[in-house]
Design a protein around this ligand. Structure first.
Ligand SMILES: Cc1ncc(COP(=O)(O)O)c(C=O)c1O
Length: 376
């Protein structure tokens, strides 16, 4: 069975972890934390990185640090992981949904403005499956309406967006946009620490606040005094050691992921009845996951195709199920009667194929052939 994803740890991971074990720096202090934060922030083009335990708490910390709370609204895509909605709900604020773009599967930027109310505080774009959101119009809208932008780049390590800057158009990395950006370093990500995440910003005061809230909000002058409620969202030095070794390999990782993505695109472009996530002209995806959406005319839905692919030796995963379909959110009185047809369609008809960085060309070809066979 060809797995959806497996981590590849072929750099200095073991050496750096051994250093932690041999020196005793196994908790959340130690040289690798700052080295990892600095290396990843520099790669993304950000001034500050604050490492945390995972990508879910990264979002929670970002929302908290911006002072978002009860009475506020945050706009986010319905087609995403529940972590995005949880961050908003845990803060006491209200998530407000936007449907997916049928081409990019990211939030449909054209639908955002209609969702802004006097309570809106922030927009949370999410780069889906390694493909960037169209950021320019979103950033302009946020600026015009005085809203914060929380960029969830959990799936988009190394992905680039052609942004208009003061010096003309430039390819900027995902994670460099908005007031704060977040990453996940779960084992299936392009950079992994096993479990891990990071919040990034260019704002020094916000970075300080993120650091304080990450670590229980100790008062600087009096350690066990707390003027606000913080969290323990710390990452360990051992995890950061793995992360630093992973960042050292990011160029090779991105290049290989793109090669896999392009190989799938070429092979599947001749298969009738499937739609991929075609990169916009302004996007350089990293193909975190290679997704496809089945035409209804095939007579198959995603679970039926997944079953056929499994019998042919390829593991798959279903697409996200929209936030407006989540009982845990609906029973809180959220999203009553709202309709998001694009998210529903791709949730029913979409799945992603084996996409790990360790896949060989032969495995990619075998999965593409299996897809063709399954649809034949
Ligand atoms: C878009 C997005 N945001 C946030 C997360 C949460 O990250 P984690 O699993 O590290 O908590 C994920 C997880 O994959 C994700 O895909």
């Amino acid at each position: 069975m060809i797995p959806v994803s497996e981590p590849v740890l072929r750099g200095r991971e073991a050496e750096y972890v051994a250093e932690c074990l041999n020196t005793g720096w196994i908790s959340s202090s130690g040289r690798f934390i700052e080295a990892f934060e600095g290396a990843w922030a520099a790669y993304c083009g950000r001034r500050f990185g604050v490492a945390v335990g995972n990508g879910t708490v990264a979002l929670q910390l970002a929302v908290a640090a911006l002072g978002i709370g009860p009475g506020d609204e945050v706009i986010l895509p319905t087609f995403t992981i529940i972590s995005c909605a949880l961050a908003v709900v845990y803060s006491g604020a209200t998530p407000v949904l936007v449907d997916a773009d049928p081409e990019t599967w990211c939030l449909d930027v054209r639908q955002v403005e209609a969702k802004i109310t006097s309570r809106t505080r922030a927009i949370m774009p999410v780069h889906i499956y390694g493909h960037p959101v169209e950021m320019d119009p979103l950033l302009r809208l946020a600026q015009r309406r005085g809203l914060a932008v929380i960029e969830d780049a959990a799936e988009a390590h190394g992905a680039e967006y052609l942004a208009s800057t003061e010096d003309g158009n430039a390819w900027l990395r995902c994670g460099s946009f908005g007031d704060v950006s977040t990453f996940s370093f779960y084992a299936n990500k392009l950079v992994t620490t096993g479990e891990g995440g990071m919040v990034m910003t260019d704002d020094e005061r916000l970075a300080q606040r993120l650091r304080s809230l990450r670590n229980l909000a100790f008062e600087p002058g009096r350690r066990f005094l707390h003027r606000e409620l913080g969290f323990n969202f710390r990452l360990t030095n051992v995890q950061a050691a793995i992360g630093l070794a992973q960042v050292e390999q990011i160029d090779e990782t991105v290049a290989r992921k793109r090669a896999i993505g392009h190989r799938y695109a070429a092979a599947l472009s001749v298969v009738r009845g499937v739609r991929l996530q075609p990169p916009g002209e302004w996007a350089r995806s990293v193909y975190w996951m290679n997704g496809l959406v089945l035409d209804r005319a095939t007579g198959l839905d995603a679970p039926a195709l997944a079953e056929r692919l499994r019998s042919l030796g390829a593991e798959t995963r279903p697409f996200f199920l929209g936030m407006h379909r989540q009982p845990a959110l609906l029973e809180r009185g959220l999203f009553g009667g709202e309709r998001y047809p694009v998210a529903d369609e791709i949730a029913e008809q979409g799945l992603y194929l084996p996409s790990g960085v360790g896949l060989t060309d032969d495995q990619v070809d075998a999965v593409a052939r299996a897809t063709e066979l399954a649809l034949g």
